[in-house]
Design a protein around this ligand. Structure first.
Ligand SMILES: [Ca+2]
Length: 375
């Protein structure tokens, strides 16, 4: 009996042992499978969200190609339509004209690496409004141009701690600007509005209407400049007046006035959000002021002073700048355009907790994507 009992108890113990170990194994197996399932599901959600984001971007591209621009502007919501529920998730897209900002890459002419003086002067005027020292434009030019001759070139960045490599080429995105001497996130992405601006301007100077036309975001450098590499090196530095914020409009010429910039912003509203022909501006007295060349501001902005002679308009606050050859600036023709050509498109897809975003810079006339990123 004893033996039998022993045998029996051993068998029972064995069964229990097998049972408990298999239970542990099964439990572990189950947990692993649950984890795998969760990972797979979140990956699937992420992938689906990504597909929705791509679909949003495609939708925006389709809208840009098919819908006349004036309707996009005038309908208001076309640039940023409400979210669309799709396949258990949501699609959003947003598009913004990018050529109302100054493309800093245009500071250097790609074909001969010389400085584009017209863009440099626009940048001077822009930086002056924000109280940013001019040297920072020179540092930026050194960063972009191929050569190593300048004040912020290879040797400067090698001495930095930690040392970093100079680009000596165009910026792919504006975020690269943080690597350039004299720039940081604060300067680029935070408001440069003077603390006493509202106190000084709001009551006496700005009408209620004007307060709407100059928004807080206009005081952020990143709202006024951009960086993308053009599809073709046409040297096109024209500013899209339908998309340009106040400070960029003020940078167009030494002869731009607050009244002239406001006139553009107000006229745009009068026209339902879109100035189809910039020729309309000619009739306003604000654009009939004479430049030192004897042309009107309108002629200077539109390049209609073709074959213009005389001297280059002097920079504000500068008397020491060497004179350029007479036609150096006027040669490039129009400074403004009314048709948008470059757009930033953001597509966002959500599925469950997953959110995916795709961004592109799109050149509409050339039907080219200049930059594409996913995150
Ligand atoms: Ca350089």
């Amino acid at each position: 009996m004893k033996v039998h009992f022993r045998k029996g108890s051993m068998i029972i113990m064995l069964i229990v042992a097998i049972g408990s170990s298999s239970f542990v194994t099964a439990n572990k197996y189950f947990e692993e499978k649950v984890m795998e399932y969760r990972v797979a599901k979140s990956q699937a959600d992420g992938f689906r969200a990504f597909l929705l984001a791509r679909a949003g971007m495609q939708g925006a591209l389709g809208a840009l190609k098919k819908i006349p621009e004036e309707f996009l502007y005038q309908s208001g919501i076309a640039f940023n339509p409400p979210p669309v529920p799709m396949a258990g998730g949501t699609i959003y897209y947003r598009m913004n004209p990018e050529d109302g900002k100054i493309n800093v890459n245009n500071l250097v002419k790609a074909y001969d690496q010389s400085v584009n003086l017209r863009v440099q002067e626009m940048m001077f005027r822009l930086y002056e409004q924000f109280g940013i020292p001019r040297e920072k434009i020179t540092y930026l030019i050194d960063w972009i141009d191929e050569n190593d001759e300048g004040v912020a070139e290879k040797t400067f960045y090698q001495m930095e701690k930690p040392p970093r490599k100079i680009k000596n080429g165009p910026l792919y995105t504006l975020s690269e600007l943080t690597a350039v001497r004299g720039y940081d996130r604060k300067l680029i992405y935070e408001s440069l509005k003077p603390v006493d601006y509202d106190k000084n301007y709001s009551k006496d100077f700005l009408s209620e209407e004007e307060k709407v036309l100059i928004t807080d975001s206009d005081f952020i450098l990143a709202s006024n400049i951009t960086a993308f590499v053009p599809y073709k090196d046409t040297g096109d530095d024209r500013i899209n007046i339908n998309a340009a914020p106040y400070h960029v409009l003020m940078s167009l010429s030494d002869f731009m006035t607050r009244q002239a910039a406001m006139r553009i912003l107000k006229y745009k509203i009068e026209k339902g959000g879109y100035i189809k022909e910039y020729k309309d501006l000619e009739k306003f007295p604000e654009f009939q002021v004479k430049t030192t060349d004897g042309f009107t501001l309108y002629a200077e902005l539109t390049g209609e002073q073709s074959g213009g002679s005389g001297t280059t308009p002097p920079l504000q606050g500068s008397t020491s700048r060497p004179a350029n050859s007479p036609n150096e600036i006027s040669l490039y023709g129009a400074r403004i355009k009314s048709k948008g050509e470059i757009y930033r498109i953001v597509g966002v897809g959500t599925m469950g907790k997953a959110v995916r975003r795709v961004t592109c810079i799109y050149d509409l006339p050339n039907d080219q994507i200049l930059l594409y990123s996913e995150d």
